[in-house]
Design a protein around this ligand. Structure first.
Ligand SMILES: [Zn+2]
Ligand SMILES: [Zn+2]
Length: 372
């Protein structure tokens, strides 16, 4: 009898539990499926449609140069490799985010580590890097950060300096105009470094970024850090005496889009650079800073630039191999990238999500936005 009652109770529990499970699955499926889930699915489908090899670094011949714009989210890290030379420009926010795999491809030590400016999304991963790898030289823009300048992350810069100290490295800086010949055909020029702006606030700290021009044979790669409007204007004033339409000193085949594709850019700077290819380093579906912005992408596309982005297909490294003859081989085709417009986002050619920035409610509008 007791056994039977228990059995009945068990059956009731199973029945009620099952009903609850079905009901909850249904409601949570309905509620939690975000409007853009189909877009994310599409992104994942695009990702898996790519060849499996696209996630692995392309084979690097001894005489070629490889640039890997590493997907470090809302942050920056670029690995430049030629023969046994390995140079890193910025180290992301956290070393653990995709840097270890990229650093597996280096020959022995990191010959040069550049920190473009003291924002944590550019130097945050440097302490971890210094623990994991030998670094031979560190070049910064000469601006230190830490208390009392940066109360929000008071210890971070100090942690980086301590790690450098432990590795017996001094933070050095190169003046604007400095040119370093790395190998026979590879050189790095400093177009700007810290000290041109007051650096008291975040925008000025961005404008004060170390700006580097990499030359490999006839190819020119411009790395403008996080410069915004004032930094862009200063570069045009300094390097374009004949105006932005005729400015060979800033012209580049590849440009890392400054400040993760923020809308605070100087149009004349973009015009002066007229990049053949613009690379956005920004995370997929970034709702913290809403980078990259559609007007930034549009300005570059209007100048005839092709676009690459680390947010393609939900996030991946963007890589290019440059042959000695100057031929560029990219690891991804022109991507459908994720950009935000003033009130929301679009995903490539398919749908745009309109996000009401006050209520954070989203709605979807589908139309064609092919970038090129
Ligand atoms: Zn940044
Ligand atoms: Zn910054």
């Amino acid at each position: 009898m007791k056994y039977r009652r228990n059995l009945a109770a068990l059956a009731a529990v199973v029945l009620i539990g099952g009903a609850l499970f079905i009901a909850l699955s249904y409601t949570s499926w309905n509620r939690s499926a975000p409007i853009h889930s189909s877009l994310i699915d599409k992104a994942q489908a695009l990702e898996s449609a790519d060849s499996d090899d696209s996630d692995r670094p392309q084979e690097l011949a001894e005489d070629s140069l490889r640039l890997s714009f590493i997907d470090v989210g809302q942050a920056h890290a670029l690995l430049i490799q030629k023969g046994s030379t390995d140079i890193l420009v910025d180290a992301g926010r956290h070393y653990s985010r995709n840097l270890p795999a990229a650093m597996d491809t280096i020959t022995d030590s990191v010959d040069l580590l550049f920190i473009t400016h003291p924002h944590a999304d550019h130097f945050g991963g440097a302490a971890g890097l210094l623990e994991a790898h030998q670094v031979d030289k560190i070049i910064t823009n000469g601006i230190r950060r830490g208390p009392p300048m940066d109360r929000s992350v008071p210890a971070t810069w100090n942690t980086f300096e301590e790690a450098a100290d432990k590795a017996n490295l001094e933070l050095q800086s190169w003046e604007a105009g400095h040119r370093e010949q790395i190998t026979e055909h590879l050189s790095i020029e400093v177009l700007a470094t810290g000290g041109d702006f007051d650096s008291r606030n975040s925008s000025q700290l961005n404008d004060d970024s170390l700006v580097l021009l990499i030359k490999y044979g006839d190819r020119r790669i411009l790395l403008p850090g996080d410069i915004e409007v004032a930094g862009g204007r200063m570069l045009v004033d300094r390097y374009c005496p004949d105006g932005p339409s005729d400015c060979p000193a800033l012209r580049a085949d590849i440009m890392k889009v400054p400040h993760h594709g923020s809308s605070h850019f100087h149009p004349e700077f973009f015009k002066a650079v007229s990049p053949g290819v613009s690379v956005f380093g920004a995370p997929h579906d970034n709702r913290q800073h809403y980078h990259p912005r559609r007007d930034t992408l549009r300005a570059l596309v209007d100048l005839g630039s092709r676009i690459k982005s680390t947010n393609q297909g939900g996030g991946k490294n963007v890589e290019v191999i440059i042959s000695p003859a100057g031929e560029l081989t990219w690891n991804i085709d022109d991507p459908e990238i994720f950009v935000w417009d003033d009130h929301g986002a679009e995903y490539g050619t398919t749908c745009r999500l309109i996000v009401d920035e006050t209520s954070r409610k989203t709605s979807k509008e589908c139309e064609s936005h092919r970038t090129r």
